[in-house]
Design a binder for this molecule. Structure first.
Ligand SMILES: *[C@@H]1O[C@H](CO)[C@@H](O)[C@H](O)[C@H]1NC(C)=O
Ligand SMILES: *[C@@H]1O[C@H](CO)[C@@H](O)[C@H](O)[C@H]1NC(C)=O
Ligand SMILES: *[C@@H]1O[C@H](CO)[C@@H](O)[C@H](O)[C@H]1NC(C)=O
Ligand SMILES: *[C@@H]1O[C@H](CO)[C@@H](O)[C@H](O)[C@H]1NC(C)=O
Ligand SMILES: *[C@@H]1O[C@H](CO)[C@@H](O)[C@H](O)[C@H]1NC(C)=O
Ligand SMILES: *[C@@H]1O[C@H](CO)[C@@H](O)[C@H](O)[C@H]1NC(C)=O
Ligand SMILES: *[C@@H]1O[C@H](CO)[C@@H](O)[C@H](O)[C@H]1NC(C)=O
Ligand SMILES: *[C@@H]1O[C@H](CO)[C@@H](O)[C@H](O)[C@H]1NC(C)=O
Ligand SMILES: *[C@@H]1O[C@H](CO)[C@@H](O)[C@H](O)[C@H]1NC(C)=O
Ligand SMILES: *[C@@H]1O[C@H](CO)[C@@H](O)[C@H](O)[C@H]1NC(C)=O
Ligand SMILES: *[C@@H]1O[C@H](CO)[C@@H](O)[C@H](O)[C@H]1NC(C)=O
Ligand SMILES: *[C@@H]1O[C@H](CO)[C@@H](O)[C@H](O)[C@H]1NC(C)=O
Length: 611
């Protein structure tokens, strides 16, 4: 078979991948070269790739009752005094797929009533939450319990079960979940996932063993053009830009010095477990070897186990098998997988992950024709960004869809990261090396995509790839990495990170009633007597009329944190913006108003005071 040079997604920068054609094993026509299940290379006729997450059947009449629960945090330590469970009750118009498939039958319920329940350890019936109640409509409620009832800590998870019934109904609901209760760890770091608000809490020696919200913001770091230089000053230079995280792509090279340096300067890292020799399948021996070596590192915050398993159509069990090995050796850190496809066996490919990363790279693509010479549509071809239209709004759309699949399946929402596109490869017209992405994003597009991702629930950013020299254009090295660093200094530090991570989820603000503002995207996060607000004009076109938005109980602007690439130093006693280059904002009659409109791709972040 003719072997194409692979230039897919994240693998774009893995050089010398002179591997054999990897034959994906899921979907239709597995013998053909496919990406996200669609044939892209041969003259094979178009076909349904399969794997779409089905919209559940909606029910007539009374809604169906559904309950899920999780420990508030993915893990508890024996130094924690109190545990919590989050109980999510829902009256759904849908009959969820997972509920149909297992014993959790959903039943029709008028449910004006309370849902009364208890939570116990499955193995011996130890009661953790007794006879508690919650109203049976859509909500997450938190219930505390005494961790000491669990007795001794263990490195294996504890099965906990919830049993309850809506008051006045003779119907019993049961659900189960897993809970880690671990001995505290002083040699190295610990990362908790917050199952209520999403996001990570991280502790290590540099945090004085105190958990702090972590919004990891950095790059996948290349070996050949960066880490192979064996230069601590180059890593320092990276950190000095304001980036607080890195995913070093060390592979089988000797990168221990780099991890040591990151531990020393407290630059958090996600450890790359892809074996670049046999990267098509996960080499579990390799995974175990690497996890054992790195699990006690001070700056380790998560593992990256699988890169685009859905794009490559790997066997479904690859993600779960790798995650099982990792958790068996290190239950103190979460496992992250990158999903590249829009709608290809989402449930199967996300199953092993604690954190789902999406790498939507929409800038500079040709969304309807590929460099393989095929058309690109829902049943044919690959254009580098699965079913994208080719602008910044593809990022929030993808995050919304992944969250929608979780709802449709009846799953608990997983923590999401966005992988910003900071590269290009020359595009389909490049005569030397035709690829997918004709140009790099501009800094304005980077800011827009990153902040749109925040508005739609992403809680960390890992960009592809550092150094930011792209295939076709080696001239942009010092634009995109410092641009991300500038934004990282604002969103990955206090006070913004305290709103974004472990405290609240974004509340979208609607613009449907403002003609001309339909592409404006805004959200707010509550935090005590203040709210964070993030506004993005997701369109390329300037809006020349005032755009206003309101946040419940807001009384004024407490601080302006960021306007289109400028941080708060711009707003100290000066007026800024004229509506053409930078938006100018006022607060009037309870509304935040961009008085002269919003330039295309403009981005604004504020803290508002509340009454
Ligand atoms: C592709 O697979 C799906 C199920 O995954 C199936 O419904 C569909 O008919 C298949 N299409 C073809 C052309 O094989
Ligand atoms: C947890 O316990 C429940 C009740 O005994 C059981 O149905 C479920 O399969 C268990 N889950 C796991 C992952 O062991
Ligand atoms: C509840 O259901 C069980 C089993 O079907 C039945 O034995 C019991 O009498 C019912 N109780 C009430 C109050 O309806
Ligand atoms: C070390 O990094 C973590 C995660 O970014 C942060 O919470 C902590 O405050 C840092 N410590 C110091 C001393 O900067
Ligand atoms: C670190 O934590 C300990 C105990 O929690 C506390 O006594 C000490 O003051 C803290 N040190 C710093 C620098 O915050
Ligand atoms: C898997 O990894 C182990 C450990 O690094 C290595 O010895 C082995 O050769 C690898 N297997 C394959 C098939 O590459
Ligand atoms: C994983 O799935 C593949 C393909 O379906 C199968 O051949 C293999 O046996 C599975 N591995 C395990 C450990 O279940
Ligand atoms: C995609 O394009 C191919 C080739 O023109 C065509 O056969 C197929 O019907 C198209 N699919 C859709 C969903 O439009
Ligand atoms: C390469 O970078 C230069 C300088 O930023 C820019 O003007 C040019 O458009 C870029 N070319 C491509 C193909 O991205
Ligand atoms: C607004 O303030 C009122 C009164 O303090 C409070 O009840 C309400 O929950 C607040 N609204 C929001 C959305 O926080
Ligand atoms: C704000 O931006 C200026 C450059 O415009 C930079 O020197 C400064 O460090 C930034 N401050 C923060 C807190 O990010
Ligand atoms: C703001 O400007 C005033 C006067 O120019 C100066 O004293 C103060 O330090 C500045 N504050 C910041 C945060 O830059």
């Amino acid at each position: 078979m003719m072997l194409p040079t692979f230039v897919f997604g994240l693998l774009a920068a893995v050089t010398t991948v002179n591997c054999q054609w990897f034959q994906g094993s899921t979907g239709n026509y597995t013998e053909e070269p496919r990406w996200c299940g669609r044939v892209y290379y041969t003259n094979h006729s178009a076909f349904d790739p399969g794997g779409q997450t089905p919209q559940p059947t909606s029910v007539c009449g009374q809604p169906l009752f559904y309950v899920q629960f999780k420990p508030r945090y993915s893990l508890y330590l024996d130094t924690d005094t109190q545990g919590e469970f989050v109980v999510k009750t829902e009256l759904s118009q849908y009959s969820y797929k997972l509920a149909q498939n297992n014993s959790q039958k959903m039943w029709p319920c008028e449910c004006t009533n309370k849902f009364v329940f208890s939570i116990k350890r499955a193995s011996d019936g130890t009661t953790l939450v007794d006879n508690a109640s919650v109203t049976a409509d859509t909500a997450m409620s938190v219930f505390s319990f005494d961790l000491s009832r669990l007795g001794n800590t263990s490195l294996t998870p504890i099965n906990v079960t919830l049993t309850g019934e809506p008051e006045g109904h003779n119907l019993t609901w049961t659900a189960s979940s897993m809970l880690y209760y671990l001995p505290d760890k002083k040699n190295g770091s610990v990362t908790k996932i917050d199952n209520l608000n999403g996001g990570m809490l991280f502790k290590n020696s540099a945090s004085n063993q105190t958990f702090q919200p972590l919004l990891a913001y950095g790059f996948y770091a290349k070996w050949e053009t960066f880490l192979a230089n064996h230069s601590e000053p180059e890593i320092q230079q990276y950190a000095d830009m304001g980036l607080n995280a890195m995913t070093p792509m060390i592979g089988r090279n000797d990168g221990a010095w780099a991890l040591d340096y990151m531990n020393k300067i407290n630059l958090t890292f996600m450890f790359d477990l892809r074996d670049q020799i046999t990267f098509e399948y996960q080499n579990l021996t390799y995974v175990a070897e690497k996890v054992k070596a790195v699990k006690d590192a001070e700056a380790l915050f998560a593992y990256w186990s699988m890169d685009e398993p859905d794009g490559w159509q790997y066997p479904f069990n690859t993600t779960t098998l790798a995650a099982d090995v990792i958790r068996g050796l290190d239950p103190y850190h979460p496992v992250a997988d990158v999903l590249n496809c829009h709608d290809y066996y989402f449930h199967e490919y996300s199953a092993g992950a604690d954190i789902i990363m999406e790498d939507v790279y929409p800038i500079g693509i040709n969304s309807s024709f590929s460099h393989w010479g095929t058309k690109v549509n829902a049943t044919l071809g690959d254009c580098g960004c699965d079913t994208c239209r080719g602008d910044v709004r593809d990022v929030p759309d993808r995050l919304d869809d992944l969250a929608k699949y979780e709802r449709w399946l009846g799953l608990w929402p997983k923590t999401k990261f966005h992988c910003p596109q900071s590269f290009s490869d020359g595009g389909i017209n490049d005569p030397v090396a035709p690829g997918y992405w004709a140009r790099d994003p501009s800094p304005e597009e980077e800011y827009a995509m990153t902040l749109l991702a925040l508005n739609h629930g992403a809680q960390s950013m890992i960009s592809w790839a550092y150094p930011t020299t792209a295939g076709a254009n080696q001239t942009i090295t010092n634009i995109l990495a410092p641009a991300h660093g500038r934004l990282a200094r604002v969103i990955a530090t206090s006070p913004v990170v305290d709103f974004l991570v472990g405290n609240d989820r974004p509340h979208p603000i609607s613009f449907t009633e403002q003609a001309g503002a339909v592409q404006v995207d805004a959200a707010y996060w509550m935090g005590g007597q203040q709210a964070l607000v993030c506004v993005v004009n997701g369109g390329n076109v300037d809006i020349h009329m005032p755009v206003s938005l309101s946040v419940p109980n807001a009384t004024g602007i407490a601080s302006t944190l960021w306007i289109s690439g400028h941080n708060s130093t711009l707003f100290n006693g000066t007026t800024y913006g004229n509506g053409t280059t930078l938006p100018q904002w006022n607060f009037n009659s309870g509304e935040l108003i961009a008085v002269n409109g919003l330039p295309g791709l403009s981005t604004s972040l504020f803290i508002l005071s509340l009454n």
